[in-house]
Ligand binder design. Structure first.
Ligand code: ZN
Length: 154
C-alpha cells in the first residue's frame, strides 16, 4: 500500500467511526525515514496491516477524551504505529504496543507531560492502559482493550 492509499483507506475508516482531529499520517507516517547508522541501512516506516486499524480507533477515542479533558487543546502525536524493523532500529522493545497501532507518544498543547499522564490516570478506562511518563512526552496505550495484561505504568 502506498502513502496515498493509506491516507484513503485509514481516512475512510476514521470517517466511518466519526473520528475527527486525527489524520492517517499521524497514525502511520508512511515512508518516514529512520536515519542510517552503520552497519544498519536506513529504514522507511511501512504501512500497518489493515486489521490493526481497529486498535488505532480504540486509541483515537482515548486521545479524543484526552484532547477535550480540562481544557480542549490539540494533541500532537510524536510516534504511533511502528513496523517491527523500524521499531528495532530505533531501539523499541520487542513486544512494543506501538507494533499494534494501539500506542502513541503524545504531547497536549499547553500541558506538561506529567499533567497529560495525570489526565490519563483519571480516565474511566485507565485500568486498561499502559502509561509511560517521559520528560518530553507521554506514552499511552490501550493494551487491556486488545487482550494484553493491564494496567502497566512506568
Ligand atoms: Zn511509546
Amino acid at each position: 500500500m502506498t502513502r496515498d492509499e493509506w491516507v484513503e483507506v485509514c481516512g475512510e475508516a476514521l470517517a466511518a467511526e466519526g473520528i475527527e482531529h486525527f489524520h492517517p499520517l499521524e497514525i502511520c507516517d508512511v515512508g518516514r525515514l529512520c536515519a542510517e547508522s552503520s552497519p544498519f541501512p536506513a529504514r522507511r516506516l511501512r504501512v500497518p496491516p489493515v486489521y490493526l486499524l481497529s486498535n488505532a480507533i480504540l486509541l483515537c477515542r482515548v486521545l479524543l477524551d484526552l484532547r477535550s479533558a480540562r481544557r480542549p487543546m490539540p494533541v500532537r502525536v510524536n510516534s504511533w504505529y511502528r513496523d517491527s524493523s523500524y521499531n528495532h532500529r530505533i531501539g523499541g522493545v520487542a513486544l512494543s504496543m506501538h507494533l499494534t497501532c494501539g500506542a502513541a507518544d503524545v504531547v497536549k498543547a499547553g500541558f506538561t507531560p506529567a499533567e497529560v499522564a495525570d489526565i490519563l490516570e483519571d480516565h474511566p478506562d485507565s485500568d486498561q492502559f499502559g502509561i509511560g511518563r517521559y520528560q518530553r512526552f507521554t506514552h499511552i496505550d490501550v493494551r487491556g482493550m486488545i487482550g494484553r495484561a493491564a494496567p502497566a505504568r512506568w
